[in-house]
Design a protein around this ligand. Structure first.
Ligand code: ARG
Length: 559
């Protein structure tokens, strides 16, 4: 039960929406005063009254009931006391009724969100730099679905560019069909690296010719290209499976080659196109941005040109309410330019385009570069995490069955959770020891808490109903309040495009449960208390599972 919503629905302030009241509700400065508080300072300006007077007036008109048992006005705050037993039974009932749908909603009904994420480059390594876009996008995808939106996951493949000419040239010169078939993306990448290290002028010119051949529809060149593409996709899809990530469309840059014409015509018609040094550009001086390049002087299109065409195509095809682009902040300028150009073209939907930018991920032991071939493959990071998880688990609990399965859930969970724990804009250094710690703010800690809850439940009779009028103790009520906050957390996470709200929530709930577990008896408690505590354990486990599943993380029964 979302009791902030409950309160917000019962307060009306002229000129202030229910949403605004909802998000203003906070913890009171002093928890003795209540469980929730509405600071009235924000409304002073609109109402032209002092916060103290506003709080007093709201207190007079607020009707207490079986949920909110007491309201007080103190120093400009309106404080609410929740009827603990009413909240407790309401929350538990809702969890047992909705189960794996607890926290879900219909707020997105009838709305469509496109999420452009992971967007791999064909024939290039899928490396640790792709981790964030893949898991942030993947989490948002599942989150919006959970909130009732129609979601379209788009992998805007990097499948266009002169590098494909180079690759074909390298393959023709040094490649072997069987070897490449067997080595897949790794073999292709080796060819690319070798080209960059060894190509002379002659090869460079051959490469340009191969690129031209792909473009002009030459059968052989296109067959080789398509083959590279299928090898790359086969490879990345195996990683997507592990990370629990899905796409509805793989329309990449090449897909838009024949869709750019109308956009360029439109730019011309609206007098937005200028020629500068032979290139066609949109001048963005007025907006303090460098020009957006549309066509190079040789007439070739650019990354931006294809993105403009893609935006039109997506609007037309999906009629989105929002279209998100999950890429590193290095592309801030690119998206600012694209969004501005679309706005200048008169598309009011340009305001619905959002660049969801994130920081860099590096490993503790240095960085990477694709061209020189020193690159950390995401697959290796995942495998290493799973292997380390296996060792840790075996050490802790040598008799555990299905260790491989468990290690897979723990290791993959650690990679995902580790990448999602901080605000996404922060640069992060990925540390195996940190993400795999049982004590830290990790998925391992949360999963371990789940296993702990599960082992309690295995020994208990199944209780999914609760005693009415149970008055929870502090430890218990802390958990209840956190459980009740789940849907609010999801809503805010979706609004801010921040999966870290969910990871942090999971750790917080797990910490509160562990405190309760250590300080209170569960199975050896008596009567109603025992029943309640078992129900609380079960509700916590369900909620933690729901939170982790939005992130694509599985929960082992035992650890
Ligand atoms: N392939 C690009 C890269 O690796 C990311 C594409 C992001 N999406 C887009 N519509 N530009 O940087």
């Amino acid at each position: 039960m979302d009791y902030r919503k409950y309160i917000a629905e019962r307060i009306s302030i002229e000129g202030v929406t229910e949403e605004e009241i909802y998000s203003a509700l906070a913890l009171p400065p002093n928890l003795e005063l209540g469980d929730y508080a509405l600071p009235c300072f924000k409304f002073a300006k609109i109402l032209r009254k002092s916060p103290v007077a506003i709080a007093e007036e709201l207190k007079e008109s607020y009707k207490t009931d079986e949920v909110i048992s007491d309201v007080s006005a103190v120093n400009g705050y309106l404080n609410f006391k929740i009827n603990k037993s009413a909240l407790t039974s309401a929350v538990l009932k809702e969890i047992f009724q909705k189960k794996s749908a607890y926290g879900s909603s219909e707020e997105g009904k009838g709305k469509t969100i496109c999420i452009d994420y992971s967007s791999v480059n064909i024939a290039k390594p899928f490396h640790i730099g792709h981790l964030s876009t893949t898991v942030i996008g993947g989490a948002l995808y599942k989150l919006y679905k959970f909130l009732g939106y129609n979601v379209v996951g788009i992998n805007h493949l990097g499948d266009y560019g002169t590098q494909f000419g180079k690759l074909i040239c390298a393959y023709k010169r040094w490649g072997d069909r069987q070897e490449v078939e067997k080595g897949g993306i790794h073999a292709i990448n080796e060819l690319y690296v070798r080209f960059n290290n060894e190509a002379d002028e002659q090869m460079e010119s051959e490469a340009r010719e191969y690129f031209r051949l792909i473009e002009s529809g030459d059968k052989e060149a296109n067959e080789i290209f398509e083959w590279f593409k299928s090898l790359t996709l086969k490879y990345v899809e195996s990683i997507y499976d592990k990370l629990g990530v899905k796409f509805d469309s793989y329309a990449g840059e090449r897909f838009y080659i024949d869709k750019m014409g109308p956009v360029i015509d439109e730019l011309r018609r609206k007098n937005l196109l200028e020629i500068s040094d032979g290139a066609s550009i949109v001048n963005l001086d007025k907006y303090n941005m460098p020009p957006c390049l549309i066509l190079r002087s040789d007439g070739a299109s650019l990354y931006s040109t294809r993105d403009l065409a893609a935006a039109y195509y997506r609007k037309k095809t999906y009629d989105f309410d929002k279209c998100l682009y999950v890429t590193a902040y290095q592309q801030n300028l690119h998206f600012k330019q694209i969004f501005k150009v679309l706005e200048l073209l008169g598309n009011d939907w340009s305001k619905d385009l959002v660049h969801v930018a994130y920081g860099m991920v590096s490993l503790e032991d240095g960085s990477m570069s694709t061209r020189k071939g020193k690159v950390v493959w995401l697959e290796d990071v995942i495998d290493k995490c799973v292997e380390k998880a296996y060792n840790i688990i075996s050490d802790k609990n040598p008799d555990l069955e299905n260790k491989e399965d468990i290690a897979e859930k723990v290791g993959i969970g650690a990679v995902i959770f580790g990448a999602l724990y901080n605000n996404k804009i922060k640069d992060i250094t990925f540390s195996y020891d940190k993400v795999l710690s049982f004590e830290g703010e990790t998925s391992v800690y949360v999963q371990y808490t789940c296993a702990r809850a599960n082992s309690v439940l295995l020994k208990a009779e199944k209780i999914e109903s609760i005693t009415e009028n149970y008055l929870p103790e502090d430890n218990e009520f802390e958990i209840i309040k956190t459980l009740a906050d789940f849907s609010k957390t999801l809503k805010e996470s979706a609004e801010k495009y921040e999966p870290c709200y969910i990871t942090r929530y999971a750790v917080d709930l797990a910490q509160k449960f562990n405190k309760f577990y250590i300080e209170n008896k569960i199975l050896t408690a008596e009567g109603d208390t025992k029943k309640f505590r078992i129900a609380l354990t079960s509700a916590t486990l369900q909620t933690l599972k729901n939170a982790l599943s939005i992130l694509g993380i599985g929960v082992p029964d035992k650890m």
